[in-house]
Design a protein around this ligand. Structure first.
Ligand SMILES: C[S@@+](CC[C@H](N)C(=O)[O-])C[C@H]1O[C@@H](n2cnc3c(N)ncnc32)[C@H](O)[C@@H]1O
Length: 206
């Protein structure tokens, strides 16, 4: 039993180290960058000249990947409650996404609807795994609601979700509001993590 646990821990550590090393070599600020690269390989949402919003962006791995793909042809806005070191062509808003003023600021900076919204936002951990899942999934639900008003009809939304007790509620809400809803867990996401990503496209007209 003990041996199983330690070999499982070894596999988790190897997995973490592999992506950590690669992120250092390629200059990414987080291992999460590889999750976005895998998500784009699967769903192909990065195009030149798009408007993109990155929610929960610090330390900036996803924003780095977005800026590599879009460069200065489009507009990238990133938002996080924590500070983020500057990235060329990325406008960073240091604010709480749950606040009305933040939403207003984002809307005024885009001056129109958004092509792609990506959110890796996760609530601060409390030590209680069930509670952490619920808190992050409620943030994800807020992102989905925000996207219904701010995403172009044929736009793309990618949001982190945890396979917790309210997962089905969020999934069903997304399925009601979008024509196409898929789930994808990147290989760079740890097997023992409950996180997955929801990909939504084409808002239902009703
Ligand atoms: C997993 S990290 C994101 C990592 C990022 N995608 C990257 O590649 O570097 C989750 C982020 O969500 C942010 N966050 C949590 N609650 C937030 C809120 N209410 N408003 C804005 N950001 C929030 C955290 O501060 C944290 O930086």
């Amino acid at each position: 039993m003990k041996k199983n646990k330690s070999s499982k821990n070894w596999i988790i550590k190897q997995h973490r180290d592999q992506y950590f090393k690669r992120s250092k070599i390629l200059g990414y600020r987080s291992r999460s960058a590889f999750k976005l690269i895998e998500l784009d390989k699967k769903f192909k949402f990065f195009k030149k000249k798009i408007n993109l919003l990155d929610i929960g962006s610090s330390p900036g791995g996803w924003s780095q990947v977005a800026q590599e793909k879009i460069q200065s042809t489009g507009k990238i806005i990133s938002v996080d409650i924590k500070d983020m070191e500057a990235i060329d062509n990325v406008h960073f808003i240091n604010a709480d996404f749950s606040k009305k003023e933040t939403i207003q600021k984002i809307s005024s900076l885009f001056e129109g609807k958004i092509d792609v919204i990506i959110s890796d936002m996760a609530a601060n951990t409390t030590g209680n795994k069930n509670l952490d899942c619920i808190r992050t999934n409620q943030l994800s639900l807020d992102v989905i609601k925000f996207s219904l008003k701010n995403l172009k009809n044929k736009g793309v939304l990618i949001v982190k979700l945890f396979m917790g007790e309210d997962f089905v509620e969020v999934k069903n809400f997304a399925k009601k509001k979008f024509k196409k809803v898929d789930f994808f867990k990147p290989k760079s996401s740890r097997d023992n993590s409950k996180e997955t990503y929801i990909h939504c496209s084409t808002i239902n007209s009703l």
